[in-house]
Ligand binder design. Structure first.
Ligand code: AMP
Ligand code: GLY
Length: 423
């Protein structure tokens, strides 16, 4: 079959790599893709938000299955656009992608269906939000309602800081229209875990757990980024935590969406915090995590196309979702200065080394071809991933492999997976 993947980051590279392993797949296209994805897929210059062009391309090229990697097109209704033309597509419709697209929606859903999350209030006017802060406890968490590239969350330690935050989100529109509404919620403490899952509308199958490192600098300092590295599994995601979430979170979320007339098919990504009072949902995403996909998919034994088709057909209960009993670590190589200001266009050397070693992967996040040379083309450039028999071995392997590649202004965190030592 012919598959079209929509997106251009490390996550989409991991999806393309995974799809290329499937016996069912003869041809992969990626829109718009990148220089790494081009190894498995024919990259076509169509943007992820150009729904008409994507649909036309899928029709013309008789694409059998389109996989949407990114949040913006999902929240914007790309799945509806494909379905309207009778095309098969993996991902939630617009009315279900709202689970990620509106934090106010997801908080109200959790409250209504007793899914454990931080206490909160939603606001659609700044005056009311400012008044609410006067009686609040600090630190407190402010969240722009809509998509904001993972940056719409502010943790404020004082009343003054929080007032400033409300003004910048709701009045100055720091995150654009994402800040037309906002959530103000209780500050929680604990370790974070990402659990991704496949959902077919009624059945949910969770994947192996992972942990991201969102801050730009070592020791979780610096600004929030898209993610500077991941490891999988999380040693903190114990059987007890899994039992709790199976009972109160996972199926409950799928059932709640169904009950609301918003049947969810695709990936639900549960951002969990393991608080002293038990696991709580921090956020939902409606797609694979990036760079979570880069450590989860290399460990997945089941054919990704088989699972995705089962999600579309509502037969996920018949699929045995299996993962290897090992570990993986991904260290992101970024352009120095990310996430603020950085230069691009530098040649990348050493990529061939990954072809010589089993269990090592270099997923491209921001690269492109300049003639025959692969050059840097983004803040996050590469996701260097390695497997190992356990987390420590995987981490040592991944860090060794980060030395194989060189480019000007190469930057990485040196403490990805440090938490492993505390497990
Ligand atoms: P979100 O986009 O909702 O996952 O938030 C981004 C990051 O902000 C999370 O990964 C947490 O590190 C942090 N965060 C979000 N909500 C809370 C909260 N209620 N308490 C503490 N930290 C939070
Ligand atoms: N790595 C976090 C995310 O994909 O949202």
């Amino acid at each position: 079959m012919k598959v079209l993947i929509v997106g251009s980051g490390g996550r989409e590279h991991a999806i393309a790599w995974s799809a290329a392993k499937s016996d069912k797949v003869d041809k992969i296209y990626c829109a718009p893709g990148n220089a790494g994805i081009a190894e498995y897929a024919e990259c076509v210059p169509i943007g992820a938000m150009e729904f008409d062009k994507l649909v036309a391309f899928a029709k013309e090229n008789e694409v059998d299955l389109t996989i949407i990697g990114m949040d913006d097109p999902l929240v914007g209704g790309v799945v509806d656009a494909f379905e309207k033309e009778g095309l098969r597509v993996f991902g939630p419709r617009k009315n279900a992608a709202i689970l990620e697209g509106s934090k106010a929606f997801s908080k109200d859903l959790m409250k209504k269906y007793n899914i454990p999350t931080a206490a909160y209030e939603n606001f659609d006017d700044a005056e009311a939000a400012l008044a609410y802060l006067e009686t609040a406890k600090f630190p407190i968490v402010l969240k722009a309602d809509g998509l904001a590239l993972g940056k719409g969350v502010l943790i404020c330690n004082t009343l003054e800081e929080a007032k400033e935050g409300v003004r910048s989100i709701m009045l100055d529109k720091q995150f654009g229209s994402a800040g037309n509404r906002m959530v103000i919620e209780e500050f929680m403490t604990g370790r974070e875990v990402s659990v991704l899952s496949f959902v077919d509308g009624k059945t949910i199958k969770t994947m192996t757990s992972a942990q991201d490192h969102k801050r730009a600098k070592d020791g979780d300092q610096g600004l929030n980024t898209g993610g500077m590295g991941t490891f999988s599994p999380s040693p903190f995601y114990t059987e007890e935590v899994d039992e709790f979430c199976k009972k109160y979170v996972y199926q409950a979320t799928v059932d709640a969406m169904k009950a609301e007339g918003r049947e969810f098919k695709g990936i639900i990504f549960f951002g969990l915090m393991l608080t002293p009072d038990g696991p709580r949902v921090l956020e939902y995403n409606a797609r694979f995590g990036d760079p979570e996909a880069q450590v989860v998919l290399p460990r997945m034994k089941t054919d990704i196309i088989e699972v995705m088709e089962a999600c579309i057909d509502g037969t996920l209960d018949e699929v045995d979702l299996e993962f290897e009993n090992n570990a993986a670590v991904c260290v992101v190589l970024a352009s120095d200065g990310y996430p603020v200001k950085y230069e691009k266009g530098f040649p990348i050397e050493g990529l061939d080394e990954f072809k010589k070693h089993d269990g090592y992967y270099c997923f491209h996040a921001g690269t492109k071809f300049d003639g025959d040379t692969i050059v840097t083309n983004g803040g996050r450039v590469l996701g260097v991933t390695a497997k190992g028999k356990d987390l420590k071995e995987a981490r040592a392997n991944a860090y060794a492999a980060t030395e194989w590649v060189t480019f000007a202004n190469k930057y990485k965190r040196n403490d990805i997976g440090k938490a492993i030592d505390e497990a």
